[in-house]
Design a protein around this ligand. Structure first.
Ligand SMILES: O=C(O)c1cc(=O)[nH]c(=O)n1[C@@H]1O[C@H](COP(=O)(O)O)[C@@H](O)[C@H]1O
Length: 252
């Protein structure tokens, strides 16, 4: 796997934009997928299902030197989230980690500070800290059911601005809000985008979706893609087709 371009301004190759979401509790399955996909994606994303079964030791065993997005979506009081970030950065050394923007400005500022201090004290490049805006599995009706008035897109932009003001490097958003966040937060704000479905794939539990090529053309930096790759008969082949779709929509 090549060096991840996230820490520099180097141009990003289509395949490097893919962070494959490996959602399994099984260490052997995760290691197998990471190995098979190593040459076809930019990095891996490990989240709660894997972490809760295998812990930091399992994360290190799967990620090795592979660029890692550690997706544990912290959402708690500032002191607790700061502690979680310190533990995660020291133990897992991710390239990217996340919190929920809905935890508020004080919580995000505490996370930003904990991330910076811990990276300095363990002597690693500072991981990118990003904030989840509105989950891609929710639509306007779901938001209304939890007392959130107004379209998802408005809430996403509100939370993206708050995340930026709180010192976060970027956000997780659906592909449908990329243009609005770019307009509000500028070209350097990192946009990591799940809710990606190649043409012809089912949406599963995702509600705000787009194809990989169209999401990158709209301004996504990185795409988080799970089942369309990991559940394919040939995961590496599926990742290569996705990279071709990105290239077709974004080059020449
Ligand atoms: O933070 C995330 O990565 C995330 C945020 C979000 O709003 N929606 C979302 O789907 N994700 C993650 O992205 C991955 C998407 O997986 P697939 O739906 O299988 O492509 C899952 O691992 C989710 O946990």
């Amino acid at each position: 796997m090549t060096r991840f371009p996230i820490q520099s301004k180097a141009p990003i190759r289509p395949k490097d934009r893919i962070l494959v979401g490996i959602d399994t509790p099984d260490r052997g399955v995760a290691i197998g997928l990471a190995e098979r996909l190593g040459d076809s994606v930019g990095g891996i994303k490990l989240g709660m299902e894997f972490f809760n079964a295998q812990g930091p030791d399992g994360i290190r065993a799967v990620a090795g030197t592979t660029p890692l997005f550690l997706d544990l979506k912290y959402h708690d009081i500032p002191n607790t989230v700061a502690g979680a970030v310190r533990s995660a950065v020291a133990a897992c050394r991710p390239l990217i980690l996340n919190v929920h923007a809905a935890g508020g400005g004080a919580m995000m500022r505490a996370a930003v500070e904990a991330n910076r201090e811990t990276a300095e004290s363990v002597g690693i490049a500072r991981p990118k800290l990003i904030a989840v805006t509105v989950l891609t599995s929710l639509d306007d009706g779901d938001l209304e059911a939890v007392g959130q008035r107004g379209p998802a897109a408005e809430q996403v932009v509100r939370l993206a601005r708050l995340a930026q003001d709180s010192g976060c490097d970027g956000v997780v958003c659906s592909p449908l809000e990329i243009a609005a966040i770019r307009a509000a937060c500028g070209p350097d704000f990192l946009l990591v985008v799940p809710g990606i479905r190649p043409a012809g794939s089912g949406d599963d539990d995702q509600k705000r979706v787009m194809t990989p090529g169209r999401a990158v053309a709209a301004g996504a930096d990185y795409l988080v893609i799970g089942r369309p790759i990991t559940r394919a008969d040939d995961p590496a082949g599926a990742a290569r087709v996705i990279a071709l779709d990105i290239a077709a929509e974004t080059m020449g």
